[in-house]
Design a protein around this ligand. Structure first.
Ligand SMILES: C[S@@+](CC[C@H](N)C(=O)[O-])C[C@H]1O[C@@H](n2cnc3c(N)ncnc32)[C@H](O)[C@@H]1O
Length: 221
């Protein structure tokens, strides 16, 4: 993945965690600021510890683009198994993003599809990784993008917690085995296991960021 020269445009990376999404925008040339309610000492860019919705309501309009990855626990199998209640952050995040008047994207897991409006899916295998890691992206504020063409999933999946078998793909979720391999595969060498299981691969937002730059240039012309 080539790193673009800085383009002088600012991306706000909400629910940043350790910065998988943020890194892709950085590689596409954007100046990135992360916001997370938890401290994120591994976050590689400017970081502010704050509530994402309160922050975007106050400062969102100062940025050229806003990315939001609200936590997905509400929508996942873990929530159903644990029977825990997690707040719906997608709808209030969307409302706050719309109010900024800026272009934006909300990213989430496939289980959140009913909460998202006309999302686009990105698949890690299309970008050359040995995992599938589907993630959905809803866009707004005038920005849209097309995903690269999807390919059928043909590789068998190694069972979670076991080392990857030759020719298999892995699931980097829960207490997955092989942190270094996951770092190398997804391009997130600064992350620990907690960050990896939560992150999107930077390749996704590098793809989005490259298209975003072209779209912002068009708007400015
Ligand atoms: C799925 S992770 C984001 C992953 C990130 N996009 C990446 O690619 O590495 C969700 C993050 O949201 C944070 N979070 C949860 N509630 C929040 C809130 N109200 N405000 C800000 N951050 C919050 C969690 O601490 C967690 O780090």
């Amino acid at each position: 993945m080539n790193t673009a020269l800085p383009n002088g445009l600012r991306v706000l990376d909400l629910y940043s965690c350790q910065g998988g999404a943020g890194m892709g925008y950085h590689l596409a040339g954007f100046d990135v600021t992360g916001v997370d309610k938890a401290p994120q000492p591994r976050y590689p860019f400017r970081f502010i510890q704050a509530d994402a919705i309160e922050f975007v309501q106050k400062y969102g309009a100062e940025f050229d683009f806003i990315h939001a990855s609200p936590p997905c626990q509400r929508y996942t199998m873990a929530q159903r198994i644990q029977g825990r209640e997690h707040p719906d952050l997608i709808a209030p995040t969307r409302a706050a993003l719309e109010a900024t008047g800026r272009p934006w994207v909300i990213e989430n897991v496939e289980e959140a599809a009913p909460e998202l409006h006309a999302p686009v899916t990105l698949c890690a295998a299309v970008f050359g990784m040995r995992t599938y890691r589907h993630r959905l992206f809803e866009t707004g504020g005038g920005f849209t993008f097309a995903p690269p063409p999807h390919r059928p999933h043909t590789a068998p999946l190694t069972k979670m917690g076991r080392p990857r078998a030759e020719g298999h793909f892995a699931h980097y979720v829960g207490n997955f085995s092989g942190v270094q391999e996951a770092r190398d595969d997804m391009g997130v060498p600064w992350m620990n296991r907690d960050g990896i299981r939560e992150c999107i691969p930077p390749a996704y937002t590098h793809w989005i960021g490259t298209r975003l730059y072209a779209s912002l240039l068009e708007v400015a012309a």
